[in-house]
Design a protein around this ligand. Structure first.
Ligand code: GDP
Ligand code: IMO
Ligand code: MG
Length: 444
């Protein structure tokens, strides 16, 4: 399944966290799949089926929502960590999708018994709350499920193992939520018996994969295995550090990898930030470099910017280096992967935002509140385009001068090296920098 090795000579030791450095959809699926070639374990640590991670291999396209993006590599063990919220329907569909491609998860998937379950009432609530709140959620029940988790009333994967207790918990959970639906939303009640039957059946199907992933992953780390922690969403959607309240309900930032997997911070040896060569955002919330004009439309068209989970058109804009520098700071990014560089191939000029101002005054720090962020005026630097197709198999030195200049500007501003360039959706469409080849042999 792995095919030819693209990352010849590149080894990832210990624990590398791979995160989205913007508002999600940066190309995490593609990059994690690529890195997974060298990993023993790939572990998702937060979010749920709100994620849509795309991997393109030849003429096949896989969109993963819950299963880690290392699943195409037979030798790699995939872990769904305790920080993830699991929708049985989405997981079952995903397993079936993979099986239809001849990919078996047998022996290759481990699900944390501490992960919380998404219930049908979470999905319904997500949609009902959205009517007033207008965050533009994916409607996958993510927020309401995390609410129950932090309210200490959630149902976890481990609860599936005790059928009697599960039935009691389900009945109580559904009873409470039905009361809410009736009183607060005047919405129809959910069918208790149907849901109980569905979850008991789900238990039968995933029983073999449920395990203590915290112990598994710690033992893997201590025995020197290479582990990739796969983030979903992006740093600017982080519940604490993102553009609150227009965020998701978990911690996509690198710190989330520790709590979401049960790995100590001392285990983490490197953090890869994935950034698109421009910016996109799905759903509501401030987006300083958004282009609501022909150029934005051009980016959407060339980049096929439509959500992998909901199909919604993504909002598009220029690369925001001020936001990316903030992202690098809160995540501790030590290398960048710049994806979708090919989308800019035919642009005459490319802008990058290098600062914000409000009422003519420069903004010093990335604003902590969305109302302020919505007011900023982005300050741009204009760089020349390169007008050619970028080819894999070349070194960074062989890139057109203008492309090199674009990368240098990013590196200088963000203070992190760009080590990989995405030049197409396919697995092989990547340019690996010389530095990655040399230094990743010992990157921890
Ligand atoms: P993720 O959520 O971060 O995994 O990203 P998505 O899968 O939601 O969206 C990224 C989209 O861009 C997918 O359709 C990928 O196949 C595609 N993609 C990834 N890297 C590249 C690249 O370097 N160039 C182009 N043109 N497409 C890419
Ligand atoms: P991946 O992993 C892009 C956005 C939604 C909405 C906000 C809250 O594919 O990058 P939620 O359903 O999480 O409560 O929605 O977060 N969002 C994403 N945007 N990519 C994602 O995942 C996203 N997951 C959630 O559009 O604005
Ligand atoms: Mg996505």
């Amino acid at each position: 399944m792995c095919g030819r090795s693209i990352l010849r000579g590149v080894y990832f030791m210990s624990v590398r966290v791979v995160i989205g450095a913007q508002w999600g959809d940066e190309g995490k699926g593609k990059v994690v799949d690529l890195f997974a070639e060298q990993a023993d374990v790939v572990a998702r640590y937060q979010g749920g089926a709100n994620a849509g991670h795309t991997i393109v291999v030849g003429d096949k396209k896989y969109i993963l929502h819950l299963i880690p993006s290392g699943i195409l590599h037979e030798e790699t063990v995939c872990v769904i960590g305790n920080g993830v919220v699991i929708d049985p329907v989405a997981l079952t569909e995903e397993i079936a999708m993979l099986e239809s491609f001849g990919i078996s998860i047998e022996g290759g998937l481990k699900i944390s018994h501490k992960a919380h379950l998404i219930m049908p009432y979470h999905k319904l609530l997500d949609q009902l709350i959205e009517r007033d709140q207008k965050i533009g959620t994916t409607g996958r029940g993510i927020g309401p499920s995390y609410i129950d988790k932090y309210n200490r009333s959630g149902i976890r994967i481990v609860d599936l193992l005790d059928r009697t207790r599960l039935e009691e918990q389900l009945r109580e959970g559904i009873r409470q939520k039905n009361e809410w639906f009736r009183k607060v939303y005047d919405a129809p009640e959910l069918d208790v018996e149907k849901i109980v039957a569905e979850y008991l059946d789900f238990d039968k199907r995933i029983d073999a994969y449920i395990t203590d992933t915290t112990s598994y992953i710690n033992e893997a780390w201590r025995s020197g295995k290479s582990i990739l922690a796969e983030g979903a969403q992006g740093a600017l959607l982080d519940i604490d550090h993102g553009t609150y309240p227009f965020v998701t309900s978990s911690s996509p930032t690198s710190g989330g990898a520790c709590t979401g997997l049960g790995l100590p911070p001392t285990a983490i040896t490197g953090i890869t930030g994935i950034a698109k060569a421009y910016c996109t955002r799905v759903g509501a919330g401030p987006f300083p470099t958004e282009l609501e004009d022909e150029t934005g439309e051009r980016l959407r068209k060339i980049g096929s910017e439509f959500g992998a989970t909901t199909g919604r058109p993504r909002r598009c804009g220029w690369l925001d280096l001020f936001a990316l520098r903030y992202s690098a700071m809160i995540n501790g990014i030590d290398e960048l992967v710049l994806t979708k560089l090919d989308v800019l191939n035919e642009f005459d000029e490319i802008k990058v935002c290098t600062g914000y101002e409000i009422d003519g005054e420069p903004v010093k720090y990335f604003p902590s509140d969305s109302a302020t962020l919505a007011k900023v005026k982005p300050l741009y630097e204009t760089l020349p385009g390169w007008h050619c197709d970028l080819q894999s198999g070349v070194s960074f030195d062989e890139l057109p001068l203008e492309t090199r200049n674009y990368i240098d500007t990013i590196e200088e501003y963000v203070c992190a090296p760009v080590r990989y360039l995405g030049i197409g959706p396919g697995r092989e469409e990547i340019i690996v920098g010389d530095v990655a080849m040399e230094s990743s042999a010992v990157v921890g």
